[in-house]
Write a protein of this length. Sequence first.
Length: 116
Amino acid sequence: MSSGAGSATPNTQERLKSETVPSGDDRTDFRRDRDIILYTSAFKRLSGITQVTSAETGHVFHNRLTHSLQVAQVGKSLAEKLQIHKPEYAKALALEPDAVEAGCLAHDSDTLHLDT
């Protein structure tokens, strides 16, 4: 990897798993990753799992799909904001907002099995 020997952080030029990109597909690798997650039946099944959070004023009920979509929106927005306002940090981290979004979508990995 370009960031040093033994690094496990892929970037858009160098990936852990190579794949054939269909002709005309101009998405970044991480945007394709995000799309793969979004369209799996496993991700859609998150809609059937209720998540309850308790606040001082009461309980908030929603499903894990809604929660994951909200986390992804916040994560990508923060990554984009960092790129705009602190580009030196974003560059040092090789920050990819699409990768952040994909990671946020898959953060409930204990309930999301992409191999099924």
